[in-house]
Design a binder for this molecule. Structure first.
Ligand SMILES: [Zn+2]
Length: 421
């Protein structure tokens, strides 16, 4: 790959590229896999220190457990967790990630780590009318304030958290704001059976949890039995560029609805297994033309910020699907260009093509895993992350972080974690 001013000038065989650009200094990476940086289409940096603290199991008790941990975290804890999470993403070979969180601490975390990213500030609540407009205005103000922390590689977006936590009034009020229209949008959709039940009949474990908390859940009109995606589509809440995480509990016609609306899906197989939500209809989504990317969600639901681990999990989860599992090549694509497409950045990142940004991942393949299918070799857990570059800037080199401050961050992360345990 030939790189100048952070952009890819050429990609091809080493001899050809070197011959075409004799003016550029040369770095020989040796026996390596050089590929586009990984694009994590859905994760939560602010929950980086919650791994294993809420046991695997059904969705509603897990939500209660995570909210309990959140109640014990200070604003500074969120900042420490986000910084720690960003460093784990970098160590796993991610160059671009979509973070969702309640405080937006990911903005500074990613800017300091040098990562490319989008931070989706989460909205919660089911107000209607003027109250919904006021809540949307307040969120827009917080989003605008985060712009100052974001730096040139990070965009600040909006996330109505999920249909069961955000009602149609607030969702519509957010969508109606011109200052939020062109920002990245993300949500959680059709994740658990408890979500479908709450939206459909207003009862069940999530409804009971929210009643105990005194929180008014979102309710979306629709015919009896209609799933969350069908209800959002009917309300006009699906918008082009929206990235929804999970999309497990889909009605038969939902993939087509999502495709038509221009909604992309972040598939999170590890989280879905952890929370017993079921298997996303990956083949149906892709067959209907939905852009499907991969997301690591958070350590709170079993994720490791390692998109290659998520790809391997997808291969296992879909191993006995009627259409067969996605191939290693398809999974690598989902983890790179698929993520870029989901986030609307396919013109800038996601593949090694002239004109795109030089967001690069260098893997050091295990001798036992190299020499065959290069995509399989790239997904081999024994292939170590050797270097990560964003805009051609090395952020990780020979396995070591280039930007400093790591030891102090470790100590602070340990301290927050000890308090949460
Ligand atoms: Zn999530």
């Amino acid at each position: 790959v030939a790189v100048r001013d952070g952009a890819i000038l050429a990609a091809g065989s080493a001899a050809e590229v070197a011959a075409a650009h004799p003016d550029l200094p040369e770095t020989d990476l040796g026996a390596a896999i050089l590929m586009p940086g990984l694009v994590d289409a859905h994760c939560h940096l602010e929950w980086s220190l919650t791994g294993g603290l809420v046991p695997p199991g059904p969705f509603a008790p897990w939500v209660a457990g995570l909210l309990g941990l959140r109640g014990r975290m200070t604003a500074e804890d969120h900042r420490v967790a986000a910084a720690y999470g960003a460093r784990r993403c970098l160590a796993a070979g991610t160059t671009m990630l979509a973070d969702s969180g309640p405080t937006g601490a990911g903005a500074r975390a990613m800017a300091e780590a040098g990562l490319r990213g989008a931070v989706h500030l989460e909205a919660f609540g089911a107000p209607e009318g003027a109250e919904a407009d006021a809540a949307a205005a307040a969120l827009a103000e917080r989003i605008a304030a985060l712009d100052a922390e974001a730096g040139p590689r990070v965009a600040i977006g909006v996330s109505p958290h999920a249909p069961y936590t955000v009602g149609p009034g607030l969702w519509a009020a957010l969508a109606a704001r011109p200052d939020l229209a062109d920002r990245p949008w993300a949500s959680h959709l059709a994740e658990s059976p408890a979500e479908s039940r709450l939206l459909d009949s207003g009862d069940g474990p999530l409804a009971e949890l929210f009643a105990r908390m005194g929180f008014t859940p979102g309710r979306w009109p629709g015919p009896d039995g209609a799933g969350p995606a069908t209800r959002l589509a009917a309300a006009g809440a699906l918008r082009r560029g929206l990235v929804v995480a999970h999309a497990v509990q889909l009605d038969a016609g939902d993939p087509a609805l999502l495709a038509e609306a221009g909604v992309a899906v972040a598939h999170c197989p590890v989280s879905n297994a952890y929370l017993r939500t079921g298997r996303a209809p990956l083949a149906a989504l892709r067959a209907d033309g939905v852009i499907v990317a991969l997301g690591t969600d958070s350590p709170g639901s079993g994720g490791t910020y390692d998109l290659r681990a998520e790809a391997r999990a997808a291969a296992l989860v879909h191993a006995d699907a009627p259409e067969g599992p996605p191939s290693a090549q398809e999974l690598v694509r989902m983890a790179t260009l698929g993520g870029a497409e989901a986030l609307g950045l396919e013109g800038a990142i996601g593949s090694l093509e002239p004109g795109k940004r030089a967001d690069l991942l260098v893997l050091r393949p295990d001798p036992g895993g190299a020499g065959g299918d290069p995509h399989l070799a790239a997904l081999d857990p024994a292939a170590a992350v050797d270097a990560v570059l964003v805009d051609g800037e090395p952020l990780l080199w020979r396995g070591e972080p280039v930007r400093g401050g790591d030891e102090r961050l470790d100590a602070r992360a340990r301290e927050v974690r000890a308090r949460l345990c």
